[in-house]
Design a protein around this ligand. Structure first.
Ligand SMILES: [Zn+2]
Length: 207
């Protein structure tokens, strides 16, 4: 981490960023969201479990798509230094690093998470289910650990921590947050694939 940043020498953007993303959106945001849009939370309107799962998956697809394209844009060399550079000060991601970003980045990338809420989270149980899924995925992807028995790896096309770790080392490619399909489709995972093949060859040689 450099000492000089947008907040001045020795001041980290972590606290304000964490405040805007977690405290404001999850706690205050829930209250105003349910009040403003008159979101029901009574037992009668509770959806069945499979509807909860389906809508959470829908929210994850929306958030992942948004993240892929906007994150890719933020990594563009012409604008990287203005906003996204702060996030890339850490080459090895860890949980708190998820909140370590320029406030504008928090707003830009966080919008993808809000779109799903606006479109699919009614009644309020869906909002909390999506928040739980989203935070679980965020913690896992940015944990810095690729645990082989991780149950999240059973989800088809789940990106996991390796993709995000590689993005922080390499800068180019692996822009998606949750799934692998956008990176596969646009070939932005080619460097990770080449790296994994290289590692396999070395491991075979040393066996
Ligand atoms: Zn990035």
């Amino acid at each position: 981490m450099t000492e000089e940043n947008i907040w001045g020498p020795g001041l980290s953007p972590l606290p304000p960023s964490a405040f805007t993303s977690d405290t404001a959106s999850l706690i205050c945001g829930t209250y105003y969201f349910t009040e403003y849009f008159n979101i029901p939370y009574d037992w009668e309107t509770m959806p069945r479990w499979y509807m909860l799962l389906a809508r959470c998956f829908g929210c994850a697809v929306i958030a992942d798509t948004w993240h892929y394209f906007l994150h890719r844009l933020l990594n563009h060399k012409r604008i990287h230094k203005h906003i996204h550079k702060i996030c890339h000060e850490f080459q090895a991601p860890f949980r708190m690093e998820a909140e370590y970003a320029h406030p504008l980045e928090t707003l830009i990338l966080g919008t993808g998470y809000i779109i799903g809420i606006m479109l699919l989270c009614d009644p309020v149980i869906l909002l909390w289910a999506w928040v739980t899924v989203h935070l679980t995925e965020t913690v896992d992807v940015r944990s810095g650990y690729d645990i082989p028995l991780n149950p999240l790896n059973l989800i088809p096309f789940y990106a996991g921590s390796q993709q995000h770790d590689f993005h922080h080392v390499n800068f180019i490619g692996n822009y998606a947050s949750t799934f692998t399909w956008w990176d596969r489709l646009f070939g932005t995972d080619s460097q990770l694939i080449a790296y994994n093949e290289k590692v396999k060859k070395v491991e075979k040689k040393t066996e």
